[in-house]
Design a protein around this ligand. Structure first.
Ligand code: COA
Length: 696
């Protein structure tokens, strides 16, 4: 059993101890139920406290058990035992009382919490919903209109806010257990009926007319294609209309329907994939990392400024270097504007804006970088420019400082070769906007020292990014696969689809927007310029002929009012363009292409299976450690729908690897033998009937 039962005078303490996060696995459930029995049978115990050892109160059900299956007692049984307990029951919360942990707390009669604790029901993020009374008790405790947004967002609520909502009875600054025991004692002495949340009633008539129907429609738009948010609304509606026991039974039924769903399996894969990404095979988990207490950024462009914000947000001082005063002022002005926009939206105070700006120190001199623990270059994307920067960094940076490049395509080994300390050099590839996008590709050079990689992963967590280590190749994991995506979209338009059809199929699949519209947003000129420098052997000119023509006529995308689509002044809404359609037809004629009907299924298969095939090559070459790292990259950097688990998980679970291979072979025949050559790794897995997990 995970924990112990202690007696502190007349108060029994059920102490749960199941590191690292006190997940409510079988042994924890058993421990709580057995301890309650012991406390009930012992007349000298007048009240009970439920508390946890270690860094947090129970952070939820044990997610690993969802896969392996659970044994009784189940969590609803534990919760029922708590709710029905006849002596005062106090939950003592610290850390993150999440999911089932929060449901345990809601079933207790009183809740005491440390001031820096957080509570929440994050199940929705795992494709699930609270399944042990959360949807029934929370609306009873704080009202439907306050409870539902909290359950639907899955976001943690800081204790002070939770106390204001009426969730927490007492906020404690000092010794949590002592205060909880004291409260338990007082309540036992005071006697009287115990305040059970399950006995409270909800006044449905106080809700606005059509409240649930309107919310369902709103949530269907905001949480597109997701099932569990709708089930959450169903469950809370049940709380508002049915007696507690019936509502709880309804909740359980809905929970079980979510539990077995493909979306839940995919989102749980994502949860573990993101954590797995932080582990480097062969390196001890607790490897000593280098200290990073000061950072410098070279380049105050949009990227450099965005990167600097990440560190300032984490309280780490940043020096930002530009070649001209004007460039510096422009860059810092942009950063300030970004912060002020956040403040205007209520996400931070004016004081915090100033605090963060004060952490960013502008400079024109490399001499000011001497003390930095980490220096990140974010300048123009050519090797020549990188050479100038890294030669200077090598001359000024202190020994042991980590030197990073934000390059998206260039070789980290070539860049490391400009210094006499290649072991200290790596890629830190941020995604635009760098202060928003969660992904950080950590590029491992041939000579990068292991502790430098480990430091980068730790740092990623500190600045709230999801770090994924990638080997060194053109475009690393993400952009190398993106080329496949772009090429197929371009070819599909050439072969007969409209841009609108391609993008709609991708959007309906779950992407935030189609890849052609994404090109319009980013501007087609940068990719155009890089194509000019590429050998036509390395890309498919046909696929980009339309984009080239658009650029050559000044249609660079949104910023010029038109690209693949037309845009009204000041609007980001794409409209079909006659100009583009005419170009498409000319390009078809140029290549002698007879347009044909193209199905949405073909669009999805071509765009994503091409990526998956290259994903297999990335695995085979050892660029990515594991398939789930590729999924993590695509979800956090490119908006691939998390509820499909990432492209590799999607291929394995929705298509099947054998099927995927068949289709890839088919497209090798009909589209291109060159670009659709099946990956030998995929062939091997399919032949052996194995999956990506078997590669570990
Ligand atoms: N079940 C099983 N394992 C869990 C878990 C859970 N509910 N919550 C966390 N873990 C594991 C993680 O996989 C990780 O394992 P690892 O070290 O082997 O990789 C370890 O606990 C630490 O978690 P991590 O997320 O790295 O730590 P953190 O301090 O950054 O965050 C939490 C802690 C609790 C905030 C975070 O893990 C979390 O949000 N957990 C999920 C909570 C949840 O969704 N509960 C509802 C379940 S239905």
């Amino acid at each position: 059993m995970s924990g112990r039962f202690e007696k502190h005078g007349e108060v029994g303490v059920i102490l749960v101890d199941n590191p690292p996060v006190n997940a409510i696995g079988h042994s924890v459930r058993l421990h709580i139920v057995e301890s309650l029995k012991q406390a009930a049978a012992d007349d000298t115990v007048k009240a009970v406290v439920v508390a946890c050892a270690g860094r947090t109160f129970m952070a939820g059900a044990d997610i690993a058990e969802f896969k392996t299956g659970q044994k009784p007692p189940y969590l609803p049984d534990v919760i029922a035992a708590l709710d029905g307990f006849e002596k005062p029951l106090v939950a003592a919360l610290h850390g993150t009382a999440f999911g089932g942990g929060f449901e345990v707390a809601l079933a207790c009669h009183y809740r005491v919490a440390l001031a820096d604790a957080r509570v929440g029901l994050p199940e929705v993020k795992l494709g699930l919903m609270p399944g042990s009374g959360g949807t029934q008790r929370l609306p009873r405790l704080i009202g439907v209109e306050k409870a539902l947004p909290l359950i639907l967002s899955g976001e943690p609520v800081p204790v002070k806010q939770a106390a204001a909502l009426g969730i927490i009875d007492k906020v404690v600054e000092g010794e949590l257990l002592g205060e909880a025991i004291e409260l338990a004692k007082q309540k036992a002495e005071a006697g009287g009926p115990l305040p059970r949340v399950s006995k409270k009633t909800i006044d449905r008539s106080a809700l606005p007319e059509n409240y649930f129907a309107d919310l369902r429609a709103k949530v269907a738009k905001e949480k597109r294609n997701l099932n569990s948010p709708q089930r959450i609304i169903d469950a809370v509606e049940a709380a508002a209309t049915l007696p507690f026991e019936q509502g709880a039974a309804k909740e359980r039924e809905l929970f079980l329907s979510c539990l077995g769903s493909p979306q839940a399996r995919a989102l749980q894969h994502v949860f573990f994939a993101e954590r797995q990404a932080g582990k480097i095979p062969g390196l001890p988990k607790d490897m000593a990392v280098r200290e990073v207490n000061s950072v410098a950024i070279i380049g105050a462009g949009t990227m450099g400024g965005g990167i600097a914000m990440n560190f300032a947000n984490a309280g780490i001082p940043v020096t930002i270097l530009e070649v001209s005063q004007e460039g510096l002022e422009r860059g810092l002005g942009l950063v300030r504007k970004n912060y002020e926009r956040s403040a205007a939206r209520g996400r931070m105070t004016a004081e915090q804006v100033e605090e963060r700006m004060a952490l960013i120190r502008p400079t024109l001199s490399y001499d000011d970088l001497r003390g930095a623990d980490l220096i990140i270059e974010a300048v123009f994307e050519t090797l020549e420019v990188k050479k100038q920067v890294f030669t200077q960094l090598d001359a000024v940076a202190k020994p042991g400082a980590i030197l990073a490049s934000n390059t998206s395509y260039l070789s980290i080994d070539a860049i490391a070769g400009f210094t006499n300390r290649p072991q200290d050099v790596l890629g830190l590839h941020f995604f635009s906007p760098a202060n928003v996008m969660k992904l950080l590709e950590i590029v491992r050079g041939e000579k990068t020292a292991p502790d430098v990689l480990a430091t980068a992963l730790t740092l990623a967590k500190r600045i709230k990014k999801v770090g994924v280590v990638t080997g060194n190749c053109h475009g690393f994991i993400g952009n190398r696969m993106l080329q496949e995506y772009r090429r197929e979209a371009g070819l599909l338009v050439l072969e007969g689809a409209t841009p609108g059809q391609v993008d709609k199929a991708l959007y309906d699949f779950g992407m935030p927007m189609g890849v052609l519209q994404m090109g319009d947003m980013a501007g087609h000129d940068i990719a155009y310029r890089s194509r000019q420098e590429m050998s036509p052997e390395d890309y498919e000119p046909k696929a980009y002929r339309v984009a080239d023509r658009l650029v050559e006529m000044g249609r660079l995308g949104l910023k010029t009012g038109g690209g693949y689509y037309d845009y009204d002044e000041g609007s980001r809404t794409p409209k079909p363009s006659d100009v583009t359609q005419k170009i498409i037809e000319e390009v078809r004629a140029e290549y002698g292409v007879q347009p044909r009907e193209i199905s949405d299924q073909e669009i999805i298969e071509r765009c994503f299976l091409a990526m998956v095939n290259v994903g297999c090559e990335i695995l085979r070459e050892g660029i990515a450690y594991r398939a789930s790292d590729i999924d993590t990259v695509y979800i956090n950097g490119y908006g691939f729908p998390a509820y499909r688990g990432g492209p590799m998980f999607w291929a394995e679970n929705e298509i099947g690897l054998g099927n995927a291979l068949e289709k890839i072979r088919g497209y090798a025949e009909t589209v291109s033998g060159k670009w659709w050559k099946p990956s030998p790794l995929l062939e091997k897995l399919a032949a052996e009937g194995k999956g990506f997990a078997d590669l570990a």
